[in-house]
Ligand binder design. Structure first.
Ligand code: COA
Length: 179
């Protein structure tokens, strides 16, 4: 039922996302944004129609974000949202990424799936990479939730040795928050 999205799914994905964006539950997505990020997307298909979608976007070596999760209103409460998040978790495992996050208004739904609420400040790499470009950046009221995958081996944070001709590529670095 869940499969990686193809270019044919983009109009349906946009329709599902933007119908929720109109209600203030999600951010609007243009065709351009969807084409660019299409390889992040999984879709849930029922009777030949796409009725749900989710994207898993890599933020950093040990962090991926569950984004654009939405289930058509007529199909809610049948476990489709859960399966889409489980698909994302499977993708994170396949990629070797040990933590998943989401910014959401659906705290209780994510808690059922083993995510815990965390302060947004504990996800600085997310904030640096995306929030600066978000229209809600100065008044973000979404809740940050995080799920750790303890069975996935955490990678060392990458270093950036100079290239053979001595060019230094900057790498973001951050300190792990203290418990
Ligand atoms: C959130 C959403 C994806 C849930 O999809 P769904 O297919 O209805 O969810 P499921 O049927 O898989 O529910 C899984 C579990 O979560 C529970 N659940 C679902 N929505 C919930 C909610 N809003 N609050 C609390 N629990 C919820 C279900 O009761 C179910 O519990 P159970 O396993 O004990 O039976 C869907 O409501 C949606 O598309 N919302 C609008 C878009 C949105 O807000 N997306 C989140 C952006 S991060």
């Amino acid at each position: 039922m869940i499969r990686p999205a193809t270019i044919h799914d983009v109009p349906s994905i946009q329709q599902i996302i933007n119908s929720h964006a109109e209600l203030g539950k999600m951010l609007f997505k243009s065709f351009g944004q969807l084409y660019e990020s299409l390889r992040d997307f999984g879709v849930y298909e029922a009777d030949g129609e796409v009725v749900g979608c989710v994207a898993l976007t890599i933020i950093w070596a040990d962090l991926a974000e569950v984004r654009s999760l939405a289930v058509d209103e007529t199909c809610r409460g049948r476990g489709i949202g859960r399966q889409l998040v489980e698909w994302s978790i499977q993708e994170a495992r396949r990629l070797g990424i040990a933590r998943l996050m989401a910014l959401t208004y659906e705290q209780a739904f994510f808690e059922k799936l083993g995510f815990v609420v965390v302060p947004k400040e504990t996800l600085p790499l997310k904030v640096w990479s995306d929030c600066v470009r978000c229209p809600k950046r100065d008044g973000c009221d979404e809740i940050a939730v995080l799920k750790e995958l303890p069975d996935v081996v955490r990678v060392d944070q990458p270093a950036a040795p100079p290239t053979p001709r001595g060019v230094s590529i900057p790498v973001l670095s951050y300190a792990e928050p203290e418990d």
